[in-house]
Design a protein around this ligand. Structure first.
Ligand SMILES: [Zn+2]
Length: 742
């Protein structure tokens, strides 16, 4: 009996799941069709007043998603047919003011099937202007009896009064003014205001308000009454993303695609490119982009990836799969082996538990035997003697494996968890891939060894960005997030997301040490190609050979290369993580692709953020990077252009203030006779005119050496033992979303 019950329960459950999947598919792809059916069932006497879905804005309040009011024109044939005199004036008005075909309107009114219908949509998506013009016409307020003559006036007035049975049904249409900008983060919602992807999906409930209603009823005296319940409009989300930074990142990714798109096979510069820009002192995501953004205004348009014939040949399931693939956010939903960008996390953990100390010496002969397995260093000839710092600088696997053995499996697993791996970060975006890590039961010496240098487990990009931020920011693990504020429809603040410290896995002194190692890695080590002339950055490269999912073996020749860096490294204000998954080149195993993209993004991003060059730019460095002085930040830091006179009385329209506070023209020549007051931002020109210039992001910040960060009350921890570190108890999390999709 029990068994039978269980079996039928399981069967019902299965049916329910199938139904849910089907509904999700329908709302994602065919929402429009079903919306029509629902609307057509509403009666005229009781109608819904739609709530406006909230906006999505960038951190500066620029609107990335909005809902505008439009109307459907509804024909009430029943009303029109109550009096023959209504018909022709109504048809005429529909033709003249709404541009409708009079034969079609007449047909609807007269046809046996529709003549009693009270709800026929005859026109969609008309503007408030059209509605007003129609209503003005019906009221006849433009008619003047004096110019027309009284008889003509009466006749016309009577005709217009007989326009009946046409009304306007309010609706909202979602649009995305910036098209594909931040498409993976913003996401889109369908015709019935169901968020399908991105923030639109994650915050669906907050964005959607509550519809109002207008309905008629009979009161105590049996009189017909109307009442209206006003809709409650949805709340507005203000993202942590900055549209300008997002544009810089997407532009550089596009350039990467252009550079390598045709290298090996036609198309993209890599199977995937992902970039996450994070504020390491809050966990706020400032920009997030892939090389597969799509137009949010046409989210079902697959033409970028498939030909028309290919789309036609797809069945329902293939079609939904193709859309899901295009909509997927690589930065959040893809699990992959991180490779060497994980090494700073291993080293920071080992320093924290006291398994190693700054200055410890290691020896690399090119390989190391772990039990009876020989595991190679990248440099198979060996790095020889090296300090802990140079284990990072050289990206030496042998040193890292040695460090892992000193730490032990338990410490390693505890810290991997404390840094947020093997669990979702909880970022406010859908379909986060938790990644798969070893548990205490499944990790043995060999697994420990490979995990120390970022192999044998999978992560998502947000996990790495958040963990690396922790390593460089003084040791604080912040909750990553993309929404910074929730605003009411009237613009008042409902909720501001304060930076949330979840734990402190390492001390600020360990953080400081590792920052130093990362700085050397960029100046002298594997990360040299990432150098941003003028800046002190720190970071780590990654070159991971991929696994062929069908065989479970290493996919020869297929690599995921990456770079993660922070600037300024002595007091990080920004972390940029670049992943290039299978660059479209013959020799993929080169992190230079990621490093160069990092440098190009940083060169535009840093001055925008108000980070100022602090270091001299040498010709040697420019030659090493293969760039000219024009490609450096020196030429990217300037104020907006303004007008001023020079000391000879010549007017310059192209004056700007450079990073040294001097007034230059667009040919980069100093304009004589102009001085800037740095405290007020006022330029006095050659004629003595005073011009106010916004210099807030230009002038050097003298307080850059401050230790970081200043958090009021960090979580209490005991130095050294690692025991009180918040540890995630479950160990292996399956890639649920992935399986669901497959
Ligand atoms: Zn080595």
């Amino acid at each position: 009996m029990q068994k039978k019950l269980m079996a039928s329960f399981a069967f019902v459950l299965l049916l329910l799941i199938l139904l849910l999947v089907r509904i999700a598919t329908i709302t994602a792809t065919r929402g429009n069709k079903y919306a029509k059916q629902v609307l057509s069932q509403q009666s005229y006497d009781s109608r819904s007043i739609p709530a406006r879905r909230g906006e999505i804005q960038d951190s500066n309040g620029i609107v990335l998603a909005r809902s505008d009011r439009f109307y459907n024109v509804i024909l009430d044939c029943y009303v029109i047919n109550t009096d023959e005199d209504f018909r022709e004036p109504t048809i005429e008005a529909a033709e003249q003011l709404l541009g409708l075909d009079s034969a079609m309107v007449r047909d609807r009114i007269m046809d046996e099937k529709t003549k009693d219908s009270r709800y026929q949509i005859i026109l969609r998506d008309v503007t408030a202007e059209t509605k007003r013009a129609f209503e003005d016409y019906c009221s006849g307020k433009d008619l003047d009896p004096e110019t027309m003559g009284t008889d003509a006036y009466r006749e016309e007035k009577r005709k217009r009064n007989n326009v009946k049975g046409i009304w306007f049904e309010e609706k909202y249409i979602r649009s995305y003014p910036y098209g594909s900008l931040a498409s993976k983060v913003v996401g889109f919602s369908n015709a019935i205001d169901v968020g399908v992807t991105g923030v639109e999906n994650y915050y669906d409930d907050i964005l959607n308000g509550t519809d109002g209603r207008e309905f008629g009823y009979l009161n105590e005296d049996s009189e017909f009454q109307r009442t209206t319940v006003e809709p409650e409009h949805g709340e507005t989300l203000r993202l942590t993303l900055d549209m300008n930074m997002q544009e810089i990142v997407q532009e550089k990714i596009d350039q990467f695609d252009e550079t390598y798109g045709d290298e090996l096979h036609d198309g993209k510069g890599a199977r995937n490119v992902g970039v996450v820009v994070m504020d390491p002192n809050s966990g706020a995501v400032l920009a997030m982009a892939t090389n597969r953004e799509y137009d949010l205004n046409n989210p079902n348009d697959l033409s970028t990836y498939y030909s028309g014939a290919e789309v036609k040949a797809m069945d329902d399931e293939e079609y939904v799969d193709a859309l899901n693939t295009m909509w997927e956010n690589f930065c959040v939903s893809e699990g992959y082996e991180p490779g060497s960008v994980f090494k700073p996390i291993t080293v920071a953990s080992a320093l924290q538990v006291g398994a190693v100390n700054d200055g410890d010496a290691f020896y690399c002969s090119g390989n190391l035997f772990i039990t009876d397995t020989s595991i190679n260093c990248d440099n198979i000839y060996g790095h020889g003697d090296e300090t802990l710092e140079y284990a990072i600088v050289n990206s030496c696997n042998v040193a890292l494996m040695t460090i892992g053995m000193r730490m032990g499996i338990t410490n390693f697993i505890n810290y991997q968890s404390a840094f947020g791996f093997g669990q979702r970060t909880g970022i406010d975006l859908p379909n986060e891939n938790a990644g798969v890590v070893y548990s205490r039961q499944t990790m043995h010496e060999v697994e420990l060894a490979t995990c120390t240098f970022g192999q044998g487990f999978t992560i998502n990009m947000i996990q790495e960005a958040a963990a690396f931020s922790t390593v460089v920011n003084g040791g604080y693990y912040y909750q990553p997030h993309v929404v910074g504020q929730v605003l009411k429809a009237d613009g008042t603040n409902v909720n501001t997301v304060e930076p949330l410290v979840l734990r402190q896995p390492i001390s600020s002194s360990v953080s400081k040490l590792v920052r130093g190692y990362l700085k050397t890695a960029v100046q002298e080590g594997t990360g040299r190609k990432s150098q941003v002339p003028g800046y002190l950055t720190g970071g780590k490269t990654g070159t991971a050979e991929k696994i062929d999912l069908t065989t479970g073996r290493r996919a020869k020749g297929k690599y995921l290369v990456s770079f993660i860096g922070a600037a300024p490294i002595n007091d990080p204000k920004v972390v940029i993580y670049v992943v290039v998954d299978e660059p479209n080149v013959a020799e993929q195993a080169d992190s230079t692709y990621a490093q160069t993209l990092f440098r190009r993004i940083a060169t535009d991003l840093f001055p925008y953020m108000g980070l100022y060059p602090t270091e001299p730019v040498t010709d040697d460095l420019l030659i090493f990077l293969g760039i000219s002085r024009d490609d450096t930040v020196e030429n990217h830091v300037k104020s907006a252009y303004f007008q001023c006179f020079d000391s000879n009385g010549i007017l310059h329209n192209d004056a700007y203030i450079n990073q040294d506070g001097l007034v230059f023209d667009s040919e980069n020549k100093e304009i004589s006779g102009c001085t800037l007051d740095r405290s007020t931002g006022i330029v006095t020109d050659g004629y003595g005119n005073q011009i106010e210039v916004d210099i807030s992001n230009l002038l050097k910040d003298s307080a850059q050496v401050a230790e970081n960060p200043n958090i009021a009350s960090p979580p209490v921890r005991v130095e050294g033992d690692g025991e009180d570190v918040t540890t995630w108890e479950g160990v292996t999390v399956e890639e649920e979303e992935k399986e669901e999709r497959e």
